[in-house]
Design a protein around this ligand. Structure first.
Ligand code: BG6
Length: 285
């Protein structure tokens, strides 16, 4: 719950965020971050002296039952649309509980959130705010049956201009192109953007990098426990169709998402657990 006893004076404070939703403010020696209990949603991470790492839409809703547009939505237990159910699962629209906080020897600030009311599984999300942003989504099968699910940390990155950036690390990887509805293999050139892109790269554990000359910054996305990488930018027409996203905001964002989706879905035996871990770091070009 909104347990103020877990606050760390000067480093971790529970407050009211947009839409009066409970929000955790984190101040580390290296960076600032904000995490909503709604969706266990990291909405902000910024290293001192750098632009924010994460994109947040100015048109985002902050309301019960609605996903937040930007930051790091947690996608679980399914990815994408599902008949009669909310797209991308319910984890991103559920209020999570803050269950633990700590200052690590590195001076990074760490917190753990738990998804309440599990149905045969337990889900915890650990966020570590330091010189880099580390996130771990741990799913445990507490039932007597196998449990199959998809997961994804649907990370929106803040970039200077979509036309100038490139993404490396996915050469030779097979992907499903959701725009053209075809399967293809990535070439050797870095990925660049000239229109809507919505691709699921399969069977890859590779570290990817976003090279952003506009901000003079390179963002590194290192991951483990993840076989899928999703790359998404809605471009013009889809931006206009999305009510909680500005018509021009596609220029300043790109999603590079780490998870296990579609054919990469996971099945846990009773008692087993899976950890999806992502470490986001940045450096000057
Ligand atoms: C991406 C999907 O991961 O999420 C896209 O590949 C989708 O197809 C996008 O449009 C945003 O989804 P939502 O439900 O947050 O609007």
């Amino acid at each position: 719950m909104n347990d103020h006893s877990l606050e760390i004076p000067g480093n971790l404070t529970l407050t009211a965020g947009a839409g009066s939703l409970p929000k955790i403010l984190v101040e580390s020696a290296f960076s600032r971050a904000e995490i909503y209990l709604h969706g266990a949603h990291v909405s902000h991470f910024q290293k001192h002296g750098e632009p924010p790492l994460l994109f947040m839409s100015a048109a985002s809703e902050f309301a019960a039952g609605k996903p937040i547009r930007g930051g790091v939505p947690i996608i679980f237990p399914w990815f994408g649309p599902r008949d009669g159910h909310p797209a991308h699962g319910f984890a991103r629209t559920t209020e999570w509980e803050l269950i633990a906080t700590a200052i690590l020897p590195s001076q990074a600030v760490q917190l753990v959130l738990r998804l309440p009311s599990s149905n045969g599984y337990g889900v915890e999300f650990m966020v570590t705010v330091g010189d880099q942003l580390s996130m771990e989504l741990r799913v445990t099968n507490t039932s007597e049956q196998p449990f199959t699910f998809e997961n994804c940390l649907h990370t929106y990155f803040h970039i200077r201009s979509i036309s100038d950036i490139s993404i490396t690390g996915l050469s030779n990887v097979h992907y499903h192109d959701n725009v053209a509805d075809l399967i293809a293999t990535e070439g050797h050139e870095p990925i660049r953007f000239e229109g809507e892109m919505d691709r699921v790269y399969f069977n890859t554990t590779a570290t990817t990098e976003i090279v952003d000359p506009g901000f003079g910054r390179k963002i590194r996305i290192a991951k483990s426990g993840s076989q899928s990488t999703v790359v998404w930018n809605p471009w013009v027409a889809k931006s206009i169709r999305m009510p909680d996203f500005g018509d021009e905001e596609y220029v300043g964002m790109v999603c590079v998402e780490s998870g296990n989706v579609a054919d990469d879905e996971l099945t846990l035996s009773p008692g087993d657990h899976a950890v999806l871990a992502v470490i986001l770091s940045s450096e000057s070009l």
